[in-house]
Design a protein around this ligand. Sequence first.
Ligand SMILES: C[S@@+](CC[C@H](N)C(=O)[O-])C[C@H]1O[C@@H](n2cnc3c(N)ncnc32)[C@H](O)[C@@H]1O
Length: 203
Amino acid sequence: MRYGAPMPYLRKDRYFQKAKKEGWASRAAYKLIQINQKWSLLKKGMFVIDLGTSPGSWMQVIADTIGPQGRVIGIDLQPLNISLPPNALFLQGDLRDPKFLDQIEKIWPQKADLIVSDMAPKLTGVKFGDQFLSYELALLALKTCLRLLKIHGNFVVKVFPGQESEGLYKQMKVAFSKVATFSPEASRKTSSEVYWIGLGYKE
Ligand SMILES: C[S@@+](CC[C@H](N)C(=O)[O-])C[C@H]1O[C@@H](n2cnc3c(N)ncnc32)[C@H](O)[C@@H]1O
């Protein structure tokens, strides 16, 4: 690397190597593993919705933890290039298109115990623009809860905190009994992402 050149992502960092060795689709697996270690959100037999699935490591962690009696359904703009166990189903598409919520409801008419969103936009490098796009995706994930999350269910959403996200935080405080902020150790040190954990859905 040239002296003074911007630091590239350390693609082969500890979590990258660990994910490769342990068979996860990406290093992002450890973010959900660490969220779950702290908050114990995943239980056997649950129905989970995974928003922003690709390349698929969260879905792998979820499918493994909920076991064969559980169900996980995921959606992403991008295709998924991993093989899925029988308890997992993937839809390719844009969550902004309401037909996908209809489709999820048709496939599994019961409400979800847990909705997780690791959705992120294609980053442009323009800080405020990127924060706004991320905010819109987090809001979309919260709207998905209004329709598909069961009462007392839980929610995890990736956020890049900015001006707009304050309003979103307030909406989460209304919708959930408790809202916590968590920064997994596995998040890249260069990333400003945090996860908001909504516990005990109320409405
Ligand atoms: C950080 S990646 C998710 C990584 C994933 N949790 C994993 O463990 O492999 C973010 C994903 O959000 C997806 N995404 C962004 N906007 C979306 C939208 N409107 N509808 C569905 N997926 C979207 C992107 O295509 C991208 O694959």
